[in-house]
Ligand binder design. Structure first.
Ligand SMILES: [Zn+2]
Length: 101
């Protein structure tokens, strides 16, 4: 599962409240960020990973991204959800969870 995160919207260091294993999140988010193109590569037509130098998205990034996507279960990604009615509810849950903490 693709995560909702992008280079412009990277995963937070601190796990979202719905993540089951927060300690794992921190590792996954750190590696996700390592396997991204260097800043001078980001506008490139064929960027390469700043960590492993493979063409990006590199294999490692795709793996970490998939793990982050599973960790959030799509709940933090309204656009990734198939049904148009669901994102509003999911977003509401996030807001409520944030308000409680
Ligand atoms: Zn890489």
């Amino acid at each position: 599962m693709r995560s909702p995160y992008t280079l412009d919207n990277p995963p937070p260091d601190e796990p979202p409240s719905n993540v089951l294993v927060p300690s794992l999140w921190r590792v996954q988010a750190r590696w996700w960020k390592r396997h991204t193109p260097a800043f001078d590569q980001r506008g490139a037509k064929h960027p390469v990973c700043g960590h492993c130098s493979q063409s990006w998205p590199c294999h490692s990034w795709a793996c970490w991204d998939g793990q982050l996507g599973q960790a959030v279960g799509g709940q933090a990604a309204p656009r990734a959800l198939p049904e148009p009615a669901t994102p509003v509810r999911a977003l509401g849950d996030v807001v409520v969870a944030a308000a409680k903490s």
